[in-house]
Design a protein around this ligand. Structure first.
Ligand SMILES: Nc1ncnc2c1ncn2[C@@H]1O[C@H](COP(=O)(O)OP(=O)(O)OP(=O)(O)O)[C@@H](O)[C@H]1O
Ligand SMILES: [Mg+2]
Length: 241
């Protein structure tokens, strides 16, 4: 029992470190996008409030100005809630029962502002209950979907399957895919093809480590028909627990 507890604590420590690193890795790009998402409605609200403060306008009613403020605050609320749900799911860093479908949902909510031109096809055969550190696990999905979005894809396919005791989550896109000469390097730390400042090259490296910590694996394969496909397979909860 002691060995088991020690292993659990060690895993927990690792998860904590990884989660922090992974958060840092994608924090830059994500923060830029989210700041923009908050700033626009914030400006609208401030402008409308100023007009009201100065006694209103002869061209629009006060109700309309208040409507602008309320809509703006609703939008900001939505962004913050999405961020919160993703970054602090229940039991954040502990290995705990974790619902893959839920993790996908909170990831898509968080990236919604970057995905307006993208068609997301969701195909879930199961809920996908796994035993994982929820925060780090969400980070894997964020990394994968973020990569697909940034590949310039028009379509993203997310599939959730369970084959025997393995839950498999696949994120595929119809972007250009990974060039054959880069395939063996994409999981290396700091390997990136992005221009300086736009990526650390840690996303996939950390994602694979997190998948492995959950007792699973993350691999790449070209998508039949063009594009990239990342498949994460981790033990279903009954198995891992
Ligand atoms: N869906 C994808 N389509 C095409 N290429 C991809 C895809 N996902 C990853 N890659 C390639 O793999 C490289 C490494 O990806 P990784 O997520 O590790 O780092 P990054 O996205 O460059 O930086 P970061 O994740 O830190 O923002 C990318 O720079 C890109 O060249
Ligand atoms: Mg990435």
């Amino acid at each position: 029992l002691q060995a088991r507890i020690r292993a659990h604590l060690k895993m927990r420590g690792l998860s904590l470190q990884l989660a922090d690193q992974a958060r840092l890795a994608s924090a830059g790009t994500l923060a830029a996008g989210l700041a923009h998402e908050v700033k626009n409605p914030l400006n609208a609200a401030v402008n409308a409030a100023r007009v009201l403060q100065q006694g209103g306008s002869s061209r629009v009613s006060n109700e309309r100005l208040m409507g602008v403020i309320i809509d703006a605050l609703d939008r900001i609320n939505g962004v913050i809630s999405a961020l919160d749900a993703h970054a602090r799911p229940a039991d954040g860093t502990d290995l705990a029962p974790c619902d893959v479908r839920q993790a996908v949902r909170s990831t898509l909510d968080l990236l919604e502002h970057k995905m307006k031109q993208i068609h997301v096809h969701e195909d879930y055969e199961v809920t996908g209950e796994v035993f994982a550190p929820a925060r780090a696990f969400n980070q894997v999905l964020l990394n994968l979907v973020d990569n697909s979005v940034r590949s310039g894809a028009s379509n993203i396919w997310i599939e959730l399957r369970q084959v025997d005791k393995l839950v498999s989550v696949s994120v595929a896109d119809d972007g250009p895919g990974v060039p054959p000469d880069a395939v063996h390097r994409i999981f290396d730390p700091f390997f990136t093809t992005r221009v300086e400042g736009e990526g650390t090259g840690l996303g996939l490296h950390l994602s694979r480590r997190i998948a492995q910590e959950c007792g699973g694996e993350l691999r790449y394969e070209p998508r039949p028909g063009g594009g990239a496909r990342f498949v994460m397979e981790i033990p279903a909860m009954e198995q891992a627990a």
